[in-house]
Every structure is written in C-alpha cells, then in structure tokens.
Design a protein around this ligand. Sequence first.
Ligand SMILES: *Cc1c(COP(=O)(O)O)cnc(C)c1O
Length: 250
Amino acid sequence: MPLTDAVTRVLDRVGTACSAAGRDPSEVRLLLATKTQDAATVRAAVTAARGLAASRSDGGPQVLVGENRVQELVEKAPDLADLALTAHLIGPVQSNKVNLALRALATHAAACVESIDSAALATRFGDRAVEVLAAPLDVLVQVNVSGEPTKSGVAPADARTLAEVVAAHPGLALRGFMTIGANSTDEALVRRGFAELRRIRDDVLSSGSPGLAGAVELSMGMSRDLEVAVAEGATIVRVGTAVFGTRQLP
Ligand SMILES: *Cc1c(COP(=O)(O)O)cnc(C)c1O
C-alpha cells in the first residue's frame, strides 16, 4: 500500500476511535514507530502524516517519531534534523548508551524517553541530562501491565514509586506513563491492561504532589489495538506496521 494511503487509514482509525470515545482528536498524538525504516522513509512518512493531518477538518493529530534502538536514533538524527521533530525513544536502553541517546535526542526540536523502567536508568538519564541539556528531560515511566515476561516495564505495583524517583530528579520531568498492550486477541484482556495504566496515572495525578502534576500522558496502543487504547484514554498511539507495512526481520 502506498505510504499516503496507509497514513490516511491510520488517521481515519484514530479519528473514528476519538469520535466513538467522545474524545477531542487534539488529545491524541500519533507516534510513527520507525524501527528498521531508513531516514528517507521516515522523512516521507512524517511529511505525509503532517500534510494529511493538517488537511483534515479536525486538524488531525500531532505527529511524533519513535525509535526503539539508540543506534538507529543516532544514525538517522543528522538526516532528519531539519524536520523539527518531536523524537521519542521507545525501546530498552542500556546504561552505556544513555549519553549517545541524549546527544541524538538533543538534535531534535523536542524529545522524550518513554522507556524508563528502573530507578537506576532514571537516575542515569537524569544525571546526564543535568550535564548535557538546557532543560529537564521529558520521560515516561514504562509499566508492564500484561505481566508478560518478554516485555520491559516496571510492575504496576512499583509504578508509583518509580514515578516519584523521576519526579524528584532535577534532570527529569515526569510526563506520564507508557505500556505495550497484552499480546492477545482477547480485547477485554488488552482493555484491562490499558485501563490499569490509566488508573496508575490518575492515582499519581490525584496525589497532589507538584512533581507529579505533569504526568498526564498515556502512551499506549499500537497498530493492532489503537482503538482500544484511545477508548481507555491514550494520549499517544504508537504505530509502525499500519503505516510502514510488515517489518523485514533483521
Ligand atoms: C514496534 C513498536 C510499536 C509499533 O508496533 P506496530 O505493531 O508495528 O504498530 C509500538 N511501540 C513499541 C515500543 C514498539 O517497539
């Protein structure tokens, strides 16, 4: 399918899901999950998505780019610098790649690390951000709501504590929570996981602690389950396959 057709379908899906949930489409941002796609393809997708979104009667979603691997983020960053991207890191990060990741993220107009899943990783990013960045680094706490052992993320019971660690660090700004939905065709199961992430966020927001007040984002929903995620309050949906087609195995 041509890229513009695929993007149009995804924008339609997000718009329809927002209407069905009675939500304003401006509450949901579209993150293009660009793993394995080269810089030229990322550029084409961002340009198409921005143009197609802007031509919609509702203005369409804001477009973000998400990379899984630090190496890919670093390699593509110079070729995309002119696009004024909001770039998110959405995959696991080894502590020895934190510096590289931060420097690449800093070449983009705005950045966020969505995959903070331990106090050690949070502290590592925070300490480096204080040295390298002019402002605190936006981060999300990744939660493993499905409990699947192959998935990254802190256990739901530990999410609040990790959020407080992030909020207390001068180099970090807590923006919310991220999860990968259960790998299941059972929609009710997937939905329960997303609802749990929303409860975690609402609990953190209602604590009234100043460092936690900005934790509004819910990054959840991918190609297979974005409608369910929007229904449960997603503010960022992360879409790869539905835009780029099935990925080639490396
Ligand atoms: C690849 C990926 C996505 C997108 O998944 P698709 O099923 O291709 O839409 C979203 N989030 C994360 C963390 C990913 O690694």
